[in-house]
Design a protein around this ligand. Structure first.
Ligand SMILES: [Zn+2]
Length: 235
């Protein structure tokens, strides 16, 4: 969860999140909220209800520790929210179950209605965030495969040196930023291969993009064949 939202919750419910400043030996709360922004409203509502209940509804006969509700860890697991805490009573435990259940129907990214989506691991996402994730995953595997394929070009063209994909991220406009790390040996090989006098990032970009587009096209046509054969092939 992004820091602005996280801090808002810490400020609104200082008692429930008292453990946020403890060390990692004492609590998992020091890591903050290990889930997406889309669940902010669920956590906010849950804490609001807990706080209200403790303030107005506690019965005299209840043990004093009931009132000391302190979150010990808030995170995503198997596509659902997990809210671990100390103290509380049956009512509070009911509130927590309700919040955890709701998270399973709410996109973890944006808060829109969603459901469990599979793909390596389970996440609760709306359709558009699911599609974005799929695209990101596809690009990730295709670039990995491309790096592998370049290693296996015919003998006389055997690639020398190394190039690695070190970063991939999507820009706001939907385009991709890929950062490669190429070593000296690879640069030498590439220059020779391309008939260049000196290293050209532009040429490298062009070759990589062409190869990547080709690989993705092939991947897509393979995928279509697979779905026609009704084979499922989860990565
Ligand atoms: Zn979404």
């Amino acid at each position: 969860m992004k820091p602005e939202l996280q801090n808002k919750l810490f400020e609104k419910y200082p008692k429930i999140f008292r453990q946020k400043d403890l060390s990692m030996q004492e609590t998992c709360m020091c890591w903050g909220f290990d889930c997406g922004d889309g669940w902010y409203n669920i956590i906010d509502t849950l804490c609001h209800q807990i706080q209200w209940h403790l303030k107005h509804n506690l019965k005299k006969y209840e043990a004093p520790e009931v009132a000391n509700v302190e979150a010990t860890q808030v995170k995503e697991k198997y596509g659902g929210l997990r809210f671990y805490y100390n103290g509380g009573n049956d009512f509070i435990s009911g509130l927590v179950s309700m919040a955890e259940r709701l998270s399973g129907k709410t996109c973890e990214e944006c808060g829109a209605p969603g459901g469990p989506k599979k793909g390596g691991w389970i996440s609760t996402l709306c359709q558009s965030h699911h599609d974005a994730l799929e695209e990101r995953r596809k690009l990730h595997w295709e670039t990995r495969r491309l790096a592998g394929d370049l290693d296996r070009v015919p003998t006389e063209k055997l690639m020398k040196g190394k190039f690695d994909l070190v970063e991939e991220s999507q820009n706001d406009d939907g385009t991709w930023k890929l950062v490669f790390d190429v070593d000296d040996e690879f640069q030498e090989w590439f220059k020779e291969e391309q008939g260049l006098k000196r290293w050209s990032s532009k040429r490298f970009q062009k070759v990589v993009i062409e190869a990547l587009e080709h690989a993705i096209e092939q991947g897509e046509s393979n995928e279509n064949n697979e779905s026609q054969d009704n084979l499922s092939n989860d990565p």
